[in-house]
Design a protein around this ligand. Structure first.
Ligand code: FMN
Length: 163
């Protein structure tokens, strides 16, 4: 693929999805790709045509994407981050080019929904196609990434860079 540049847009309440995003970004950089990581709150309204690879990540909430009510629940459980996220960003973003789009998420179990699938569906409502996403496992309260998941994220990033 060898993209000119990559953009990673993440939403994260406790920081796990952000860690995955940064890890994938580091792996892409190690292959010579210019990568920017931003939270959905700070993500650009227009994705420039120079972005050839767009990764969008969010934690799975209620089988799908976080929204105002699930973010409030996370805040009551001590999550430091709330505010508008990936869902709101997708609803208004404009793409200047046609980047390859890859969703990713974090979740507690493979059987309890996927924000990555929800990202793909939400993009479809805007007639934007994304590839099938990837998920990473968390456990505990507060949630932390399960052993091996950051390594898996690094391997995924390296694989994307070489594809
Ligand atoms: C309100 C709420 C709803 C959640 N619903 C789900 C769910 O449906 N499925 C799941 O696997 N995990 C669920 N989780 C766990 C989150 O996926 C987990 O907190 C998240 O992956 C942690 O990532 P973060 O540190 O980036 O926020 C939920 C968490 C919260 C706060």
């Amino acid at each position: 693929m060898n993209p000119a540049s990559a953009l990673v847009v993440v939403e994260s309440c406790w920081g796990n999805t952000a860690t995955i995003g940064r890890t994938v970004a580091d792996a892409l950089r190690a292959e010579g790709i210019d990568v920017t990581v931003v939270s959905a709150q700070d993500a650009p309204e227009v994705v420039p045509a120079t972005v050839a690879l767009l990764l969008i990540g969010a934690p799975t909430h209620n089988m799908g994407l976080p929204g105002p009510s699930t973010r409030r629940i996370a805040a009551t459980r001590g999550a430091p981050t709330t505010g508008p996220g990936v869902a709101e960003w997708i609803d208004q973003v404009r793409l200047d080019g046609t980047p390859q789009i890859l969703p990713f998420d974090t979740h507690v179990s493979g059987f309890s929904g996927s924000a990555a699938k929800a990202i793909r569906r939400r993009l479809r409502t805007r007639r934007i196609d994304a590839r099938v996403g990837t998920g990473f496992l968390v456990a505990g309260e507060p949630p932390t990434l399960r052993p091996g998941e950051t390594e898996r994220a690094a391997a995924w990033g390296a694989q994307l860079a070489r594809a």
